[in-house]
Ligand binder design. Structure first.
Ligand SMILES: [Ca+2]
Length: 120
């Protein structure tokens, strides 16, 4: 997880894999727990990495881009999402390696690691 990319560049990276993948989407507590263990094992240092959620309409409700469904399961850190820099300023989501995998909304232009997934 040493390679850092913006959210859009992370999407491009995942889709360029063969077979194509997408930025990981967390649909359930079980998936969050699985991902937390995976990233705790494979990632060298505490970090925040992209999830594939996007706040399309600046409502503070996030949509999974690949699944095209609203987030039903969420794991927001206390006080998040908060659009810290103003409405619509933080349209992307990162999860955490450690800290129970809590989510934070951030600016999509930040450079972060990414976990890609694909359907098998
Ligand atoms: Ca935030």
């Amino acid at each position: 997880m040493s390679l850092l990319r913006t959210f859009n560049d992370s999407r491009t990276f995942c889709s360029s894999l063969s077979p194509p993948a997408y930025v990981i989407e967390v649909q359930s507590q079980a998936e969050n727990d699985w991902l937390l263990e995976l990233t705790a094992t494979l990632c060298e240092a505490p970090n925040k990495y992209w999830l594939n959620g996007y706040d399309t309409d600046n409502s503070g409700t996030f949509t999974w881009i690949n699944g095209q469904n609203q987030t039903t399961y969420t794991n927001w850190h206390t006080g998040q999402p908060d659009d810290f820099y103003g409405i619509g300023s933080e349209k992307c989501i990162v999860s955490s390696t450690g800290f129970e995998g809590v989510w934070v909304d951030i600016q999509c232009t930040e450079s972060r690691p990414v976990v890609c997934e694909r359907n098998v």
